[in-house]
Design a protein around this ligand. Structure first.
Ligand code: GUN
Ligand code: ZN
Length: 643
C-alpha cells in the first residue's frame, strides 16, 4: 500500500508499505551485485541508512552457489539485509548482452522462491532507436507477461515495467494499461540509454507521458536513474523510486559522482569533499590507496552524494520549493537545462497539479522560472476571471517593492480618483492593484534586473490583457491630477480575489445584499466578509486568499450548479465530516475536476447539501484511484458547534 503524505505538484512524499517495513519515498535503492559486493548490503543498511536495496535475480539464478544459498536461506539472510529487497529480472542483461535464456514465468517463480519483497516481470527493453511498430509489438508481449506475473505473484509484490521507447503515445497507452493491472510498483523502463547519452529532454517526454497514464496510487520507479544530479528533476516529475548501480560501477573506474557531474580521480585538481568517506583524504592520498580500498572509498563517497542530495530533495519538496532546487540542479549540464525547458511544454498538464497557493515565498532562479505552471495558472485566471472596475487602465512598472498597493499608494489613489484602474507590469504579467497581495504576486522574489525572456513574455501578456479588458491605457506619468471619483479599494480587492478563486457566479452569491468587510486593526488587511449578516469568507494573511465558510458554501451551492467546487461524500462519511473530521479519499464519490490542490472545496452529500468546507489535499482526477489519505482537510463542518 502506498500513501501519499505530502505533495508539491507531481512530486510527492510517500510511505510504501511492504513485508519488510515501510519505505519513505522518494527513495533510492542501491544496486548490490551479489558477486562483487563493492559495499556490502549490511553496510548500506547500517552505515548509510538505506532501508531498501535492489539486486539481480537473473545473476543469482545463473550462479549455482548463489542460487542454492538464496533458495535455502532466502534473499534477506543471504545478503544480511533486514530491509526491503527488490529484484530485477534479467531484462537489463538482455539490453546489454542480447537475448537471455530464461522465460518470464521461470523468473517470476524464481523471485518468489527466494523471498523477494518486490519482484520484476521479464519485460522487453524498448531501445530508443527502435521503430514504432517494433516498440508497439514488444509492448504487447510485456503487457501479456505482466498480466501473467500478476496472476501468479502470490504475496510477492510486482514491478510492472512500463516501456515504449521514445514514443509518447505508446508510453502513455502502455502506462494506462499497466494502471489497470494488479501490479504494485510502476517502474519506467528503457530509459538508461537516454540517460547515458544525456538525452534528458527525451527523458522528460518519456516520464511525463508515462505519468499521464499511470495509477497515482502506486510508487513510480525511474529504472536506472541514480545520479544525484537527476534526482530533483525526476522527483519533480513525480518519480518516487530510483536505483543506482553507478555508485559502484563508477568507483571501479575511479570516477567520483558530484552534484554537478562525474569526475575522474586522475583529472581532479582537488577533492573538495567533506563526506565521511573522503574526510582526511586528498586526491593524492586517494590515488595512492591500493585499488580495492580506493574503489570502496569512492563507492562510499558516491553513495554519500546520493543520500545527501536525496535528503535535500525531500526537504525542498516538503517546503513546497522543489521547482527551485530542480532549476538550480539543471544548471549543472546544458542537457539538463534542455530537460527543464522541455518540461515547460507540459505546462497544461502540470497546471492541474499545481497548488493554488504554497506556504513561503517563491524564488526566481533564472529565465526558466517562467516555465513553472504557477505562471500559466495566474495568466489564465487573471484573463478569464478578472473583471475591471473601469474601462481605463494606467500602467505601472514593477520596481521591486511589494505589495504594490503600499509601494504606489499615492499614485494608485490619484489614478482611481481619475477613473483609472492601476495595473502593474510584473514578471507574472499584468497585476491589477486589487490582486497584488494574493499568492503568488506578493509572495515571490525576483531580481531587480530582469532577464530579457521574462521581460518580453510579461510585456506581451500584459499588452494582450490590456487590449482585452480596457478601452484605453495610459502611463503613470499621464494620470490626471483632478479626479474626484469615489471608490472602495477594500471592496474591489475583496471581490477580485473571490472571482480569482471561485469565479464570477460564486462571487455574486457571496457578495449578495449588504456586505460588510471586517479588517484587522493591526494590519488594516481584510479579515472577514459578512454578507447580510452571514460570515461567508475569511481572508488568510499569508497568501491573501480566502477560506470558505459553511455559510458561504451554502450560498454557492444554492446558486452555482454542481459540480462547481463540490466534493461529494458517501453517506457513511457524512456524520463524521459534518463534525469536522477530514474527508478521506475512499469516501469520496466525485469531485469537481476544475479544483486544484489546496483549493477551497465544498463537501456535499449526494443531494448537494453542504456538509463542510476545507482545502483539497490531492489532485482532483486522482481521488478515484487513491485508496488512502486525506482528500479534503476539513476546516469546519455544518454540524460543528463553532460553525
Ligand atoms: N533496469 C534498467 N532499465 C530496466 C528496464 O527497462 N527493465 C528492467 N526490468 N530493468 C531495468
Ligand atoms: Zn566524498
Amino acid at each position: 500500500m502506498f500513501e501519499i503524505v505530502k505533495r508539491d505538484g507531481l512530486a510527492r512524499l510517500g510511505k510504501f508499505e511492504t513485508k519488510h517495513g515501510v519505505l519513505e519515498t522518494p527513495a533510492l535503492l542501491p544496486v548490490v551485485n551479489p558477486k562483487i559486493n563493492t559495499v556490502t548490503s549490511r553496510e548500506l543498511y547500517d552505515e548509510f541508512g538505506f532501508r531498501a536495496m535492489i539486486t539481480n535475480s537473473y545473476i543469482i539464478k545463473n550462479t549455482p552457489d548463489l542460487k542454492e544459498k538464496a533458495q535455502a536461506l532466502g534473499l534477506h539472510e543471504m545478503l544480511d539485509f533486514p530491509g526491503i529487497i527488490m529484484t530485477d529480472s534479467g531484462t537489463f542483461q538482455s539490453h546489454m548482452y542480447g537475448e537471455v535464456e530464461v522465460t518470464n514465468d521461470e523468473m517470476v517463480e524464481f523471485q518468489k522462491s527466494i523471498g523477494t519483497d518486490i519482484g520484476t516481470v521479464l519485460d522487453i527493453f524498448t531501445e530508443p532507436y527502435w521503430t514504432k511498430e517494433q516498440t508497439a509489438e514488444s509492448i504487447e508481449v510485456t503487457l501479456e507477461r505482466t498480466q501473467y506475473a500478476c496472476d501468479i505473484k502470490g504475496d510477492m509484490m510486482i514491478n510492472g515495467v512500463g516501456q515504449g521507447s521514445i514514443y509518447k503515445d505508446l508510453r502513455e497507452s502502455c502506462a494506462r494499461r499497466m494502471a489497470d493491472m494488479d501490479i504494485d510498483v510502476h517502474p519506467i523502463g528503457g530509459v538508461v540509454p537516454l540517460m547515458e547519452q544525456y538525452r534528458y529532454s527525451d527523458l522528460v517526454d518519456v516520464v511525463i507521458s508515462s505519468k499521464k497514464g499511470l495509477n497515482p496510487n502506486r510508487p513510480v520507479h525511474l529504472f536506472g536513474a541514480g545520479h544525484p544530479m537527476i534526482l530533483a528533476l525526476a522527483t519533480l516529475m513525480g518519480c518516487d523510486l530510483f536505483d543506482s548501480a553507478s555508485y559502484a560501477k563508477f568507483a571501479r573506474d575511479d570516477r567520483l559522482m558530484f552534484i554537478d557531474g562525474t569526475f575522474r580521480l586522475s583529472e581532479m585538481q582537488s577533492l573538495d569533499c567533506d563526506c565521511p568517506a573522503c574526510r582526511g583524504h586528498t586526491v593524492q592520498t586517494l590515488r595512492k590507496l591500493p585499488p580495492k580500498e580506493r574503489t570502496k572509498v569512492i563507492a562510499k563517497h558516491n553513495l554519500y552524494q546520493i543520500t545527501h542530495e536525496l535528503a535535500l530533495v525531500k526537504r525542498y519538496l516538503s517546503e513546497g520549493r522543489l521547482w527551485e532546487l530542480a532549476e538550480m540542479r539543471c544548471r549543472a549540464h546544458p542537457a539538463l537545462l534542455d530537460a527543464l525547458r522541455r518540461l515547460e511544454e507540459y505546462q497544461d498538464f502540470l497546471e492541474k497539479t499545481e497548488p493554488i497557493s504554497r506556504t513561503g515565498a517563491m524564488f526566481y532562479t533564472g529565465a526558466e522560472t517562467r516555465g513553472r505552471p504557477v505562471f500559466k495558472r495566474y495568466i489564465d485566471r487573471v484573463n478569464s476571471r478578472y473583471v475591471p472596475p473601469t474601462d481605463k487602465a494606467v500602467l505601472f512598472v514593477d520596481e521591486g517593492s511589494k505589495p504594490y498597493s503600499r509601494a504606489y499608494a499615492a499614485d494608485f489613489d490619484r489614478a482611481r480618483k481619475a477613473g483609472y484602474t492601476p495595473i502593474v507590469l510584473s514578471p507574472f504579467g499584468p497585476v491589477p492593484a486589487d490582486l497584488d497581495e494574493m499568492y503568488p504576486l506578493a509572495q515571490s522574489l525576483f531580481p531587480y534586473i530582469m532577464d530579457i525572456d521574462t521581460e518580453i513574455e510579461s510585456s506581451s501578456t500584459t499588452r494582450e490583457f490590456l487590449d482585452r479588458k480596457f478601452k484605453t491605457t495610459i502611463k503613470y506619468s499621464e494620470i490626471p491630477d483632478d479626479g474626484d471619483q469615489e471608490y472602495d479599494a477594500d471592496m474591489l480587492r475583496a471581490m477580485a480575489v473571490s472571482r480569482y478563486q471561485f469565479g464570477e457566479e460564486a462571487t455574486q452569491a457571496l457578495f449578495r445584499g449588504n456586505v460588510e468587510l471586517i479588517k484587522s486593526r493591526k494590519t488594516g488587511k481584510i479579515r472577514n466578509v459578512i454578507s447580510d449578516g452571514e460570515h461567508v469568507l475569511s481572508m488568510r494573511a499569508p497568501d491573501g486568499m480566502y477560506s470558505l465558510r459553511v455559510e458561504g458554501a451554502k450560498r454557492i451551492t444554492e446558486s452555482v450548479p454542481a459540480p462547481h467546487m463540490r466534493v461529494v461524500l458517501m453517506d457513511d462519511a457524512v456524520p463524521f465530516v459534518s463534525k469536522g473530521r477530514n474527508a478521506f479519499c475512499q469516501f469520496i464519490t466525485s469531485c469537481d475536476e476544475e479544483l486544484v490542490p489546496m483549493d477551497e472545496a465544498i463537501l456535499v452529500d449526494k443531494d448537494d447539501n453542504v456538509i463542510a468546507t476545507g482545502r483539497l489535499n490531492v489532485i482532483a482526477n486522482e481521488i478515484a484511484s487513491l485508496k488512502k489519505g486525506i482528500a479534503v482537510k476539513v476546516r469546519s463542518g455544518s454540524g460543528d458547534d463553532e460553525a
